[in-house]
Design a protein around this ligand. Structure first.
Ligand SMILES: [Zn+2]
Length: 421
């Protein structure tokens, strides 16, 4: 066990035993117990036991699709869900199209009556789906509309090793990547607990959850590109099992690319925002793209869309004459005053972004606005929802000497660290 990991387990024990919010850079005065190499501490009554960690189920491609391309570089079996009966097998599968039939699934020329199928590969990492190589196994679900959902099941730690590279550049400092790994692991375990039982998968493979692209991929030029790397595997291993808790429970540790100077108050944007997502100052992301940004666009379409939205929600103001927006510096969403010929209404900058301007037009919901028809100038900060850990901020803090615990405690005040098992 390396010194870094040993010190981590000691810190985690201190947290569990003392219930303290800690900074790893500070010597703890708690009772520390060093564990034998290779062992994992168990959680005390102060922390919720997470139980045996099942595999994470990732919905590939975000939605069900009519056709998937499948390749398996080794022995495999096709299993039907009624008792996992074997309905097909082979030593390898060259690139084959997978789609729905009227009443089941088709893999190449093989037609099966089953609407659900599990593909079990003998060697993890031999599975290719749409030019991406995955660890673990694959499940297929024929949807009512004839499209097929592809769900990759794998262990949480290799999933984290892929997400670290999917979400954060490899050249960011180790402490920033370790902090992200802990947030990503907590995120997926939270989703598995909170939502998994209700549907066939736990998380999406894109920014709707976290970016997961498997082990490697083939790009449009036919080049094989590593997604998981030795470095991302090391980052996952160095933080193996470590998660964030709030009052002994997993919470959803939202994180974003760039906050622009202050992270967002989570409760403004997410119903499941836990108290650590209160919003904190961030001085680390000044070098980031979109730390500050400006958008100039036509005012008329915004006024028309917003007017329709207000009408739909029972707050009609008639033809809009002006829109004013504030941009508080403390992480709250700004207030937008919409004045029309028949009155005025107040909405948030989040509503203005989503209902008036369009979420793709503005990098974040934190902005001020100058209404100068026929144009409107929008000056904003940050990229994404800006809630929770700021990835560029974590980079800045790591460069300034913070370790991953200090970074996490900054962005999630009141949270503690523990080991999931
Ligand atoms: Zn930031």
């Amino acid at each position: 066990m390396d010194a870094w990991r040993r010190s981590w387990i000691m810190i985690v024990l201190a947290v569990c035993l003392g219930g303290l919010a800690i900074r790893a850079s500070t010597e703890s005065s708690g009772t520390l117990v060093e564990l034998p190499d290779g062992s994992h501490p168990t959680l005390t009554s102060k922390a919720a036991a997470i139980g045996t960690i099942p595999q994470v189920r990732v919905l590939l491609g975000s939605v069900a699709r009519p056709v998937w391309k499948l390749r398996i570089d080794g022995p495999y079996r096709l299993l039907a869900p009624d008792g996992w009966r074997v309905v097909g097998q082979g030593e390898r599968l060259g690139e084959t199209e997978l789609s729905a039939t009227n009443d089941g699934l088709r893999i190449g020329e093989l037609k099966l009556r089953e609407r659900r199928l599990k593909i079990e590969v003998a060697t993890s990492g031999s599975l290719w789906v749409n030019q991406r190589r995955y660890r673990g196994q694959l499940s297929l679900v024929r949807q009512e509309d004839g499209r097929v959902s592809a769900i990759n099941s794998l262990e949480v730690e290799p999933y984290v090793a892929s997400v670290v590279n999917g979400e954060m550049p490899g050249e960011f400092p180790p402490a920033a990547r370790q902090a992200l790994a802990i947030a990503a692991r907590t995120y997926v375990l939270y989703q598995m607990k909170a939502r998994g039982a209700a549907r066939d998968f736990d998380v999406y493979d894109n920014t709707r959850s976290q970016v997961y692209q498997g082990m490697e991929m083939i790009d449009a030029q036919g080049r094989r590109l590593a997604v998981e790397t030795a470095d991302s595997r090391r980052v996952a291993e160095d933080t193996r099992g470590i998660v964030l808790l709030y009052q002994g429970r997993l919470f959803c540790p939202y994180y974003g690319a760039v906050c622009g100077g202050h992270t967002g108050r989570g409760s403004d944007q997410f119903r499941d925002a836990a108290p650590p997502l209160v919003g904190v100052p961030c001085d680390g992301c000044r070098d980031a793209p979109r730390y500050r940004w400006q958008v100039e666009t036509a005012s008329e379409p915004i006024a028309a869309r917003l007017s329709a939205y207000l009408e739909r929600t029972g707050r009609a103001v008639g033809v809009i004459q002006s829109i004013e927006a504030t941009n508080p510096a403390d992480g709250r969403l700004g207030e937008v005053t919409v004045t029309g010929e028949r009155g005025s209404a107040i909405v948030s900058t989040l509503t203005l972004r989503e209902e008036g301007v369009g979420p793709r037009e503005l990098p974040s919901p934190y902005f001020a606005l100058s209404w100068r028809p026929p144009q409107v100038a929008i000056q904003g900060r940050g990229w994404g929802h800006c809630v929770g850990l700021c990835q560029w901020g974590a980079r800045g803090k790591a460069i300034a000497g913070s370790d991953c615990a200090a970074i996490l405690m900054h962005y999630y005040p009141g949270a503690t660290l523990s080991v999931a098992q």
